[in-house]
Write a protein that binds this ligand. Structure first.
Ligand code: SAH
Length: 285
């Protein structure tokens, strides 16, 4: 309990008199992990990050660095890549999908509150790599006139709960994205290297109308160096970059984002840094 208190997991009631039993309480951080206290608790995303499947690849970092970095850390540990694993392992598929829904429930409420006007005027939106619809559901409820669809891999869509607000399509975003007014991609680009991102961005561009007809791509991801100039933000950015290396992903600085946008033929973009460590990027054809 001393470790958990020093590290901010529990608070000690300082008012308790010496010799009396110590009373522990939750902190503002751990309130986010308790199911009954808030609508969208973050326990599932933390469970994913601490799952042995995700931790194990980091233990092989030393030899990967020396001679094996032709495969991702994840593939070296599990002989499958990060997105093949859930296809083969139902329990892990569930952990991963629940984690994404919990993060999306939490963050989409903040996106809608802080910069919800990025969705104004959109008639149809596809959440590409949208998991089991955590974000799309919240957006559809906030904008009832908008037709919201989630595109994800078959094993993800197969387990998605049916929903009156959102429709689901299973498919491969690297092959085809159906047409829509706007596309939404949250926590997708950071999973992929530049070459794959450019391929995906080109598919996005094919799916939307020109800018003057309202076409745009809304990206939610980190922009390393953006947001509050506080040590905790900077530290989170670089530690996430290390974390996402496990899947051969990368957290990008603005110039790195710009490079892939321009290479895919997009014209302009706007970064909105109102979400703490993550940003919303509006990308225009
Ligand atoms: N956008 C969601 C999920 C992010 S995780 C959220 O933020 O909550 C990345 C998602 O991309 C996963 O759901 C994964 O299944 C999906 N994905 C990976 N490869 C894909 C592909 N080739 N086509 C479609 N979706 C894919």
């Amino acid at each position: 309990m001393r470790v958990l208190t020093i590290s901010g997991i529990f608070a000690v009631d300082e008012a308790a008199s010496p010799g009396k039993e110590i009373v522990y309480g939750l902190t503002s951080t751990t309130r986010l992990l308790v199911v009954s206290l808030i609508k969208s608790n973050l326990f599932p995303i933390l469970s994913l990050m601490l799952d042995s499947t995700v931790i194990a690849p980091f233990l092989g970092m030393h030899s990967w660095f020396l001679d094996e970095h032709s495969r991702s850390l994840f593939k070296k540990a599990h002989s499958l890549n990060f997105w093949e694993m859930p296809e083969q392992d139902d329990a892990y598929n569930q952990i991963l999908n629940n984690a994404m829904v919990s993060d999306s429930n939490f963050l989409t409420d903040i996106i809608l509150r802080e910069c919800g006007d990025v969705f104004l005027g959109i008639n149809s939106l596809i959440d590409v790599g949208g998991g089991q619809g955590g974000a799309a559901r919240a957006i559809a409820i906030a904008f009832p006139q908008m037709k919201c669809t989630v595109l994800d891999l078959p094993h993800v869509i197969a387990e998605a709960p049916s929903d009156v607000h959102v429709s689901f399509i299973s498919g491969d975003m690297f092959k085809y994205i159906p047409p829509a007014n706007a596309l939404f991609l949250k926590w997708v680009f950071h999973d992929w290297g530049d070459e794959d991102c450019v391929k995906l961005l080109k598919n996005c561009k094919e799916a939307i109308p020109p800018r003057d007809a309202g076409g745009k791509v809304i990206i939610v991801d980190m922009v390393v160096g953006s947001g509050l100039n506080e040590i905790v933000t900077r530290e989170t950015h670089v530690l996430y970059d290390l974390f996402i290396m496990c899947v051969e992903g990368i957290e990008r600085e603005e110039f790195e984002w710009k490079r892939i946008f321009m290479e895919a033929g997009f014209g302009d973009y706007k970064i909105i840094s109102v979400l703490g460590v993550r940003s919303v990027i509006e990308l225009y054809p």
